[in-house]
Write a protein that binds this ligand. Structure first.
Ligand code: ADP
Ligand code: ZN
Length: 782
């Protein structure tokens, strides 16, 4: 036994036991308490990742510490195994933000944290073993080729597109599967697998400005480009600058036509914030994350970190640690950069805030713009949302006074907006007895533009050669075996392809249904457009840009460079060509069919059509030569087309908002969409009915249902908020990837009530084996 302490020495008391609350990557909204062993006492901390025994068999599982306390729980708890992080990865703001996301988007906090923190930041050893996969070279492929599942096909395509070996886990995550389909590809001799130890910082490009900034402005910051702001820019800048001086949350909606100098305003705001010793986050759509864009930021600011989506986990993790350590003053990135762990955030900027790519379509199904606004509020800093065609959600917020609108109504240096001509396809004459993709009016315009030395861009938002493959006798349409979608003929591949799951089959000659007649190939895609143009303009250089031709890394940029250098005369493609590109020599932009996306079963169809027309029109006339936009359409009288032709966003927004209000759509009503899916149609239908029924009951129980008019209170109190349940019904695409899908929607003017009902029902909803459901709050896709 140890000797008793002598009375003149201080008595050492045993420190109180401490406990940590941990959340895991599970849909459950529950934290689990663990005891912190003495050895981990110094390492544990809120916002750090840990390993703890969890779930079946108490396997070591990674979780996130959200609370540390010395209050012992009522029952015996297990010990934590490890603390993974030396430093706190998630500060207080990010913890609050992710907690809010879990509540708002109705998923587990741990799921949000798991999605937010890059996997590469999860271990701290110097190197780690990583399994890579790469496609087997063509000449070594087995013969005949084995068949593959849709998931495997997806993985294989993605791997080929990458053009270099990929981490197996990363590939699995991208295609939304476990490792087994990919291991299956290895077994089939289509993919090679190998393992390598990599430096966790491998490939990491240090942010410029090698020292952590400690308050002071970086010395090599370049002076502003010496531009003199025009009056509108000056007014916008003065307003933002004043807010930056005062500090605190303030949301600005910078509404400026393409080429009005919005980016110049962002740059000044960022420079000011950096001068104050703080950091800025800039969100741009992934497709706009081009070297040209990045260069604009790097040319003006030092310490720019770029978060691309094609960084490896290790690279992303490396950036995270460096941003958290203060090495980056400006973080530029796509959607997920909203979570960049800056420690002295001073400003958030979102360019092209209306872009749908800010919405994530897997758990957590968040909208990057809405999360950014919430982060700005939590961090109490200004946020600038910029667009030529603001989302109606943001426009509505501005009308309510929640956002301050700053207008840049004209292009810089008084360059005119391009003249937009609508060509009514119902009245276009035939050529040689035939309707071509390019009618005579557009044909003449292209010839004139090229003759005058200008360049031409042509937009057609549909890939492939023939988009409608059918039998004229019996009406049979070529369909995917796994989805409820018709197949598109791709001539280059010589295959019929499903644009959702990637399933391919040989082109049909004879109708497989009636056997009677020859299959007809109709409907226009970019491939067919290309061959028509090459026929009509044999002495011109034509380039197609869509996800089929631009699959190799860097190819997008190479084509854009060649186009800028004048090596390409006509650039045609999907909306890929419409995004944020600045080509002074483009004097004509042609839209082959403005109606392509207009008749989809989606209440945002008109808004999207307006946006894409405005975007692509913005590509014309950026230089001194001016420019024209020519839009072929069957519905020139539709407001989203006629008003886009007049560059009149404000009128379009007013009209469309009236329509939304009348029909109970966002932004006036909140929507939540529930999707139930199963490989068994009956099971999906049954559970969808049950779940919708449970929602209806919850709505009635709490008196949240719509009341008939006479029951409306007459004493001046507002009527009870209403939650409506619409459906269930089959999803517009009923069968997808072998799953049968039903959906229904909750609709309410009151977001609080909507969430209450959702939480109440989802807390007890339990789908039977083989059935799954998803919740999508503020859904974007149908
Ligand atoms: P937006 O982001 O609204 O499309 P940009 O900020 O990219 O517009 O501006 C378009 C072009 O005009 C850029 O080349 C930019 O450098 C230039 N520019 C911006 N402001 C001015 C100005 N006040 N005077 C002259 N050129 C300007
Ligand atoms: Zn399919």
């Amino acid at each position: 036994t140890p000797p008793a302490p002598q009375s003149d020495l201080p008595v050492l008391e045993a420190p109180p036991a401490i406990f940590a609350d941990i959340v895991f990557d599970r849909p459950l909204d529950h934290a689990y308490t663990y005891a912190v062993p003495d050895t981990l006492r110094d390492r544990i901390g809120v916002g750090k990742r840990v390993e703890a025994p969890f779930g079946q068999g108490n396997k070591g599982t990674i979780g996130y510490c959200i609370r540390v306390s010395d209050a012992a729980p009522a029952r015996q708890v297990k010990d934590l195994t490890r603390v993974l992080d030396d430093e706190v990865m998630l500060d207080d703001h990010l913890l609050k933000l992710t907690r809010w996301m879990a509540d708002y988007y109705l998923c587990g906090w741990g799921q949000v944290l798991h999605a937010v923190v890059p996997a590469g930041a999860r271990e701290n050893a110097g190197t780690k073993a990583v399994t890579f996969v790469e496609p087997i070279p063509k000449d070594q492929l087995p013969n005949p080729l084995p068949s593959v599942t849709p998931k495997q096909k997806q993985a294989l395509d993605r791997l080929k597109k990458e053009g270099r070996p990929m981490e197996l886990n990363q590939l699995a995550r991208i295609v939304g599967s476990g490792p087994s389909p990919i291991n299956g590809l290895v077994g089939k001799g289509l993919v090679r697998k190998y393992s390598e130890r990599v430096d966790r910082f491998a490939g990491e490009e240090p942010a410029e400005g090698d020292q952590p900034a400690d308050g002071a402005a970086p010395e090599d910051a370049k002076p502003a480009a010496g531009l003199v702001l025009n009056a509108d820019q000056q007014r916008a800048w003065d307003t933002i600058n004043a807010a930056l001086g005062v500090g605190g949350y303030h949301a600005f909606l910078l509404h400026g036509v393409t080429g009005s100098g919005k980016t110049e305003i962002y740059l000044r705001a960022i420079e000011e914030v950096v001068k104050q010793g703080k950091e800025a986050i800039v969100l741009v759509p992934e497709i706009s994350l081009t070297p040209q864009t990045i260069q604009r930021f790097k040319g003006r600011c030092s310490g720019v970190a770029v978060l691309h989506s094609h960084l490896t986990d290790a690279e992303r993790g490396g950036y995270w640690r460096r941003i958290a350590a203060g090495y980056a003053q400006v973080v530029v990135g796509a959607r997920s950069a909203v979570f960049a762990p800056t420690r002295k955030l001073g400003l958030i900027v979102i360019d092209e805030e209306h872009e749908n790519s800010f919405k994530q379509e897997s758990t957590p199904r968040y909208h990057g713009r809405d999360v950014a606004v919430m982060r700005a509020r939590l961090a109490d800093v200004p946020i600038v949302l910029g667009s030529a065609t603001p989302s109606l959600e943001s426009w509505h917020n501005a009308e309510k006074g929640a956002y301050t609108v700053l207008d840049l109504p004209s292009r810089v240096e008084n360059r005119p907006l391009p003249l937009v001509k609508l060509v009514d396809l119902r009245h276009e004459p035939k050529t040689r007895g035939k309707h071509f993709a390019i009618g005579p009016t557009l044909d003449t315009a292209i010839r004139n533009a090229l003759k005058a030395g200008g360049q031409v861009m042509l937009l057609l938002n549909r890939r492939g050669y023939s988009t409608h493959v059918h039998c004229p006798a019996c009406g049979h349409v070529a369909q995917c075996q796994h989805c409820d979608l018709s197949l598109t003929f791709h001539r280059t591949k010589a295959a019929l392809v499903c644009h959702y799951c990637g399933w391919e089959t040989l082109p049909l000659v004879q109708c497989p249904a009636c056997g009677q007649s020859a299959i007809r190939y109709q409907g226009l895609g970019t491939e067919k457009l290309q061959s028509e143009i090459e026929e009509k303009f044999p002495d011109r250089v034509v380039q197609r840009m869509d996800s089929d031709t631009m699959s190799k890394p860097g190819s997008h940029q190479r084509v854009l460079d060649a186009f800028r250098d004048g090596l390409i005369h006509i650039l045609l493609g999907t909306q890929m060509i419409a995004k944020g590109l600045d080509f002074p020599n483009v004097t004509l932009v042609g839209v082959i069919n403005a109606d392509v996306g207009l008749h989809l079963p989606d209440f945002r169809a008109a808004e999207r059509t307006f946006q894409i027309l405005a975007q692509v029109a913005g590509r014309a006339g950026r230089g001194d030569k001016g420019g024209t936009v020519m839009v072929q359409t069957f519905t020139p009288e539709h407001p989203c087309i006629s008003l886009a032709g007049k560059h009149d966003f404000v009128k379009f927004a007013a009209l469309e908002l009236g329509h939304r209000r009348q029909h109970g759509y966002p932004p006036y009503h909140r929507l939540a969409r529930l999707i139930v899916r199963s490989e068994k149609e009956d099971a999906a239908a049954k559970f969808a009915d049950q779940l919708a029924g449970a929602f209806r009951e919850a709505v009635h129980r709490a008196g949240r249902a719509a009341r008939p008019a006479p029951l409306l209170p007459t004493d001046g109190t507002p009527p009870a908020p209403v939650v409506r349940v619409l459906g269930p019904a089959e999803c517009p695409v009923f069968k997808l990837n072998d799953y049968y899908r039903f959906h229904f929607q909750l609709q309410s003017e009151n977001s609080g009530q909507l969430h209450e009902v959702l939480r109440e029902v989802l807390a007890v909803a339990k789908p039977p084996y083989g059935v799954e459901f998803q919740v999508d709050v503020d859904p974007y896709s149908m």
